[in-house]
Design a protein. Structure first.
Length: 133
């Protein structure tokens, strides 16, 4: 009888250890520029808490959608974040050494003075950008 309890306890510990609970909250949304989906680029979250060294990130899809990852795991730790968004035109094949032009105002990628903030968890992670400075 004792061996059955030990086996059950071992299975329970194994299953609970593999639950996939990483302490991360799923973070996804859409990025829009002047009301239209931003069709490419990236989103980076910078934690306000200096003890959190992870910087979640996401690529922006053709429909403006993004899903944040932290160290190749979906989601972000709970907390406040500044949000950096970058998006550039494709390189000109006739002039590949030219610097790519940003599709959005640089204020959305400014690390020293961020323009966007989110708190995880939140009801919505949609990001609304405007081309006006």
């Amino acid at each position: 009888m004792l061996s059955r309890h030990l086996i059950f306890l071992g299975i329970l510990i194994t299953v609970s250890g593999c639950s996939g609970d990483s302490g991360l909250t799923l973070v996804s949304g859409k990025v829009a520029l002047d009301g239209a989906p931003l069709s490419k680029g990236s989103v980076s979250l910078r934690p306000a808490d200096s003890t959190n060294k992870d910087e979640p990130y996401a690529s922006i899809g053709p429909d403006g959608s993004f899903k944040v990852m932290t160290k190749d795991r979906p989601g972000a730790a709970k907390g406040k974040y500044s949000v950096l968004v970058t998006a550039y035109e494709d390189l000109d094949p006739k002039n590949p050494s030219a610097a790519p032009k940003s599709l959005i105002p640089r204020k959305y990628a400014a690390m020293d003075k961020p323009a966007l903030f989110i708190e995880v968890p939140s009801a919505s992670y949609d990001l609304t950008l405007t081309s006006k400075q």
